[in-house]
Design a protein around this ligand. Structure first.
Ligand SMILES: [Zn+2]
Length: 140
């Protein structure tokens, strides 16, 4: 699959397919959006909001959540605000988000079966459980 994508990309670059998408690093609408990584949102979200390439910084993760005050989502938002002129932030969830039905224990067991070390799983588990038990006041 990745080989196919890389071949497509080589042709895309050769044909200068990126030209219609050229814009600056500064979001034209001074907007940042935090949302879910769900594949159903790749084209749907911008279409539903009427935004186009260059309009907004879109920060995606599983569930579209901000759980850690110094995590990558907050770091991205800080850069967006202080370095890229973002003035407004939208947090957008969606219907039927898979994160809501994830069984963390089952996922950690799958990782164990694939050979991930117990130490790593324990550390991930504690982070995951911390995330799940954070009081609302700790959420950004
Ligand atoms: Zn989702």
């Amino acid at each position: 699959m990745i080989d196919e994508i890389l071949a497509y990309n080589r042709a895309f670059v050769t044909n200068k397919g990126y030209k219609p998408y050229t814009t600056s690093k500064y979001p034209d609408r001074k907007l940042a959006i935090v949302t879910c990584m769900d594949t159903r949102l790749i084209e749907l979200l911008p279409a539903a909001l009427g935004i186009k390439n260059g309009d907004a910084k879109i920060i995606k993760n599983a569930g579209g959540v901000i759980v850690h005050p110094f995590g990558s989502a907050v770091r991205s938002l800080l850069i967006a605000i202080y370095e890229l002129n973002v003035e407004e932030i939208m947090i957008i969830g969606h219907t039927d988000c898979g994160v809501g039905s994830i069984d963390i224990e089952a996922m950690l067991k799958k990782m164990e079966k694939r050979g991930i070390s117990e130490t790593v799983i324990r550390e991930l588990g504690s982070v995951t459980y911390t995330h799940l038990t954070l009081p609302t006041s700790d959420l950004v």
